[in-house]
Structures are given as structure tokens and as C-alpha cells.
Design a protein around this ligand. Sequence first.
Ligand SMILES: [Mn+2]
Length: 240
Amino acid sequence: MKKPIIGILGTVLKHKSGDNEIPANYVNSAYCKAVEKNGGIPFIIPYFENKEDVLGLIDNCNGLLFPGGEDVDTHLYGEEPHVSVGSMNRKLDEFWIYIEKAAEQRKLPILGICRGMQLINVSRGGSLYQDLSQLNPNHLLHGQRQERSYLIHKIKIDNESLLCKILGTDEIQTNTLHHQCVKETGNELKITAYSIDEIPEAMESNDERIVLVQWHPEELTETEPRMNKLFKDLIKKSSK
Ligand SMILES: [Mn+2]
């Protein structure tokens, strides 16, 4: 059987080369590795200006992975930026939102991770807490200082959810690298997991086409091997 092509949306960063800063389209290797390890072909989709042209790439993808990255521009959910907001890139957000709408039309399966979860929630009309302290001033540690493969906090998963079915458990330890979270949920999305300090940690679409997680499973494929199942689920759905 032909392996499905999983489009991974690229971010833009500046990397240092001598005295210069050079803009680069990139994704962390961990995303590509996790897709490859679980039976898919990773395909990096760069940011470019003429967003209609991305459809030529999307039409060659069987599924999409929306990875982590910068904060979503607050104006996209109708708020002025709080002092706690990190760096934002509205053009990149709009490019990703355009791809989310194209995926909707094509019914492409999606796995969204961290920023990917937040961006898709906003794309579907939802909003974010610009900082976790706005939801819970006594929240736990969600911005870990340990290596990314380190498990920090547990989450409780809704028994009825697809996520519970995928992972085969209603409780699991995760890493955590976020300072924002979902406020109002977007169209056809529901929250499927919380940390014990009531921070939303996962969502999915009612039709089970979209699975969104706030943690970084791509960094846990060795530490918590059950995380591979998230990629296997995407790749299985992308094989149909
Ligand atoms: Mn967390």
C-alpha cells in the first residue's frame, strides 16, 4: 500500500549566519521523524505570499499536521494584545487559516499540536486566553524548563472521546510548552482533556476528522510510546 503524504505546515524564523540573520522556512525535525516512524511521508509546506498557490501542494497531501510555534495574533479573535503575549506573525496565521479552510473543503484529516491546536480553534471562530493566568492564577507549570521529552503534568481525558480511544487510556502524563490555552471553542470542536488545574489540553471535531493536542507528542515517541498512536491515527485516516 502507498504511504500517505502528510503535509507539515512550516514556520518562519531567522537563523544566525555570522553577523547576518537569514529568514528560513522550517519545521522541527521531531515532527518529520514522528510522521516517518508511524508510516507516513512528511512533506514540509513553506510559507509563501500568494496563498492560492498552496492549493497545488495541498491537493498532493493526504493529511495535514499543524505544528507548534509563535502565538496567534490576538486580533484574529478580536482582542488587543495583553502584555504577556509572545511574538506573533499575522501573515503566517492567515496563511495557515487559509490552509485549514482548504482542508475542510477536502475533508483532509488533521493533527494539530500546541500552536496548531490554538490556530485551528481560532480559525473556526474560537478564542484564546492570552495567558494561562487569565484562566487560573494558580495554574501549574505549563512551560517546562526540562528537555522536551520530559513528562511534566498529567491530563484527564473524556471517556467518550476519540482521544481516549486513540491513546487507550483516560489519564496520561505529557510534556508542556505553552503559556496560552483555548477560551471559547470553535465551530464543531469540543474539549476532550484537561490538566488538573482546569487548563484545556486537547480538542477534537465532532466528525473525528480533527484531533488537537496542547502538548508535544512528537517529542515523546520514546519517553511515552503511546504518543505514537496520535500519529498512527492521522496516518490511518489519511490512508483512506
Ligand atoms: Mn500543559
